[in-house]
Design a protein around this ligand. Structure first.
Ligand code: ADP
Ligand code: ZN
Length: 744
């Protein structure tokens, strides 16, 4: 007793705040677990409540809040401290995205009940006195053992590919011994030597390079570029295997869409014997807690080794990160579009930097950002130009829709229909790609032209019809894809009151599926769109049915452009290759090229050669020309040149400020006040405010300012100072988006 209490700072997961000052009597805290340190979890009083937060600073600078005004922290939680590399990362993300620290910490603590003591559990291990003579299925269980690790019955059954009854029988017979453990079961450790493939020379070169990077353990990004089907996944698996050899070392793999994981997990299991730890927002609270605890685990024993997840996995408390992989690094889905607006790929590079480990960015169509970094030598650059085995790249052709007119109410031209028909007759699978959900993007009155719009957004309502798996909220409804509003399709036009005059305009995937069903009534058709696939399990089902060749035609949105591998898929038809090329997004052409190149890459991935057919009204567009000629390089060079001339990313910096609120006048006033205080700096151009491309969204009016700056400008600092002096009207909110990807 007797030592004076000291001032510390505690960061709480509260969206709008920075750290708060508290007092701590160090001699009380010290007793059990050594001195309190930065990163420790503590509970503190705040406005009459007790909250859990993290020690942010043990010796903050003096400030004006007098010591006797401060409260004591209430206690320290029995948890390992958040690793310093994660704290540094939180700090980095907050300052880069101009978000409050508390909002970023919230992402790292988003584990409901993580801190509750986990319950006692019974696991089982093999008895040392297992008899020599046992049944075949019991032998399978014995062979499935992972060292001496106790496992739950279900895991034993899964590993041995037997029913749980077999394992229960062994327990009854005393051939397995129960072990009581506290907390959740740990995850089995992937086996780096389980079943490696024989790599081609090209693959081996890339693999060796990355293995060396893992051995060296210093921060270095590497672009793994390889055409679709060249074996990028197999190759980065070798880097993962290398990192697994490091005692307790952890590996993070980011995938752009969690729906993608089903097939990926299968491949991981084939290579490493067990599944990795999966992390995404749809996990149950129990699975989240189990994963989070396994990741933060202090000792190497029982620690989660490989985590595959969505971008939010970047905020997991890795103790010993040795490698990060970002697959499909070009994907725009890595960008988070609300709350803390960060780009998962860019932040993965930062995370690797904080952890001093290598980071692999893999893609068949790398982003311009990454290519420029590779060209500048900031990133290593590996290229694989051969498809694995006998597979070759598909043939491509474009159908000029001005020459091959579509019949009213149909979306597939005669030449495409013929190709589909021939492919179907040969018993092969075809994919039709259209990046539009639902049945029709617009419903209008054919008498007065009235369009069905969302009452809360400036957007048309999208018609949904029967879809196999549509939820009731969507079936036979018109829905707003921005706010979720839905209503029945009216029988009478709301404007001219004409009867039965409302018609569907334009196609969505459901409508193309309808056309296919009418052309090939005996065919089996599957629609792949986010409305019909709401969980990784749904995705797994549909993928397995395609793999088992229970489907002849797949009609899909951009969900199908991602890394799937279907050997019987030989024809890809792009229903509308022009879609996505218009709009104010500076990356529109790049993104369309990436999507079409990726979707083309689904064709002919095994012995059978593939064919890709694009339908377009604008066949000479550089994007289509690049796809047809296979010269993506040239396209990207032109694209880079155009962006450089306009000083757009990645050559210049871009940021958006969205001002929104229910009261139109207050929004306009705030937006103008911000513009009036714009920094006077000839390296910065402020455009706007103007009504945002979506001027009305979820009941809020929106104005946008765009900020263009030269590359060397410290944009965050300038914007932070600028916005701190802007008056914000009541009920008005500002959203800052550094390097926007979504131009709504
Ligand atoms: P990418 O990710 O570059 O599109 P994948 O890694 O998906 O390519 O590989 C395409 C297909 O070829 C997969 O089925 C994969 O298992 C197979 N493959 C690639 N390399 C090998 C190899 N060295 N040995 C066996 N199969 C391979
Ligand atoms: Zn809406």
């Amino acid at each position: 007793m007797g030592s004076d209490p000291i001032r510390i700072q505690v960061l709480l997961p509260i969206p709008l705040s920075g750290p708060f000052d508290y007092l701590v009597a160090s001699d009380v805290i010290d007793q059990n677990r050594g001195p309190l340190t930065k990163g420790d979890f503590v509970s503190v009083p705040l406005r009459g409540r007790i909250l859990q937060g993290v020690v942010w600073d043990m010796s903050p600078e003096e400030n004006d809040i007098a010591l006797d005004k401060l409260k004591f922290i209430q206690g320290r939680l029995d948890l390992p401290a958040l690793p310093l590399s994660l704290l540094g990362f939180i700090d980095w993300v907050a300052s880069y995205t101009l978000s409050p620290l508390g909002a970023v910490l919230k992402m790292a603590m988003s584990v409901p009940h993580a801190f509750d003591q986990a319950k006692k559990k019974t696991l089982y291990r093999l008895s040392p006195n297992l008899p020599e003579k046992i049944t075949e299925s019991r032998r399978a269980v014995k062979d499935a053992a992972i060292g001496d690790m106790p496992l739950p019955i279900a895991t034993w059954a899964e590993l041995a590919a037997v029913g749980e009854g077999v394992v229960r029988g062994m327990v009854k017979a005393g051939q397995m011994i129960p072990v009581e453990v506290m907390g959740d079961a740990s995850y089995p450790v992937p086996d780096s030597t389980f079943l490696g493939p024989k790599l081609s020379d090209e693959q081996q070169n890339a693999a060796s390079h990355m293995q060396q990077m893992v051995k060296d353990q210093c921060f270095k990004p590497v672009l793994l570029e390889g055409i679709t089907g060249s074996g990028k996944t197999e190759v980065y698996f070798e880097a993962i295997a290398e990192a697994l050899k490091i005692e307790g070392g952890q590996i993070l793999v980011l995938l752009p869409e969690i729906a993608l994981t089903a097939q990926w997990l299968e491949r991981f299991r084939a290579r490493f014997g067990v599944e990795p730890v999966v992390w995404h927002s749809a996990l149950t609270p129990a699975s989240r807690r189990r994963a989070w605890w396994a990741v933060i685990k202090d000792g190497a024993q029982g620690r989660a080794r490989v985590v595959v997840g969505a971008r939010s996995a970047l905020f997991l408390p890795f103790q010993d990160l040795k490698l990060i992989v970002v697959d499909e690094e070009h994907s725009a889905t890595f960008k988070q579009d609300d709350g803390v607006m960060y780009h998962g790929r860019d932040m993965a590079v930062v995370r690797a930097m904080q952890s001093h480990c290598p980071v692999i960015l893999a893609s068949a169509t790398p982003s311009l950002e990454t290519i420029l970094n590779a060209q500048a030598g900031k990133y290593d650059w590996l290229y694989m130009g051969e498809r694995h085995g006998v597979a070759v790249l598909p043939d491509m052709k474009v159908i000029d829709l001005r020459d091959h007119k579509l019949k009213t109410g149909t979306w597939l031209s005669d030449p495409l229909r013929e190709a589909l028909s021939a492919n179907f007759a040969q018993g092969e699978q075809s994919l039709l790609y259209l990046n539009r959900r639902g049945y029709a993007p617009l419903t209008l009155c054919r008498t007065c032209g009235h369009r069905m719009e969302c009452p809360h957004c400036s957007a048309w309502l999208v018609e949904h019809r029967k879809g196999d798996k549509l939820c009731d909220k969507l079936r036979d409804k018109l829905q707003c894809h921005h706010c979720g509003f839905s209503c029945h399709k009216p029988d009478i036009c709301p404007k001219c009151e004409g009867k039965d005059t409302m018609v569907a305009c334009g196609p969505g995937v459901e409508r193309v599926a309808e056309e296919i069903r009418s052309l090939f009534p005996e065919a089996r058709v599957a629609v792949m769109a986010s409305d019909e696939i709401s969980s990784p399990d749904d995705m797994r089902d549909i993928i397995e049915s395609i793999e088992r060749h229970e489907v002849d035609f797949i009609i899909g949105t951009q969900i199908v452009t991602k890394g799937y591998h279907f050997p019987m898929l030989t024809l890809v038809g792009v229903v509308d290759a022009d879609l996505g090329l218009s709009g104010g997004d500076p990356r529109a052409a790049e993104r369309t090229w990436q999507q079409l190149e990726q979707v083309s890459g689904r064709a002919g991935r095994a012995e059978r050669t593939g064919m890709v057919i694009f339908q377009s009204y604008n066949p000479h567009h550089p994007v289509l020309q690049a796809l047809l000629s296979g010269d993506g390089q040239k396209f990207l060079e032109q694209e880079a040149e155009a962006r450089e001339q306009q000083n757009l990313p990645p050559f210049g910096k871009l940021a958006a400020i969205i001002v929104s609120g229910a009261d139109f006048n207050a929004v306009v006033k705030t937006a103008r006040a911000i513009a009036a205080r714009a920094p006077k700096n000839h390296k910065i151009t402020v455009l706007g405010p103007v009504a945002a491309p979506m001027p009305y969204l979820r009941g809020k009016h929106r104005f946008r300012l765009l900020i263009k700056a030269e590359k060397q400008v410290k944009l965050q600092k300038i914007m932070g100072e600028w916005l701190s002096v802007c008056p914000v009207g009541r009920g008005v909110s500002l959203q800052v988006d550094i390097d926007p990807y979504n131009f709504l």
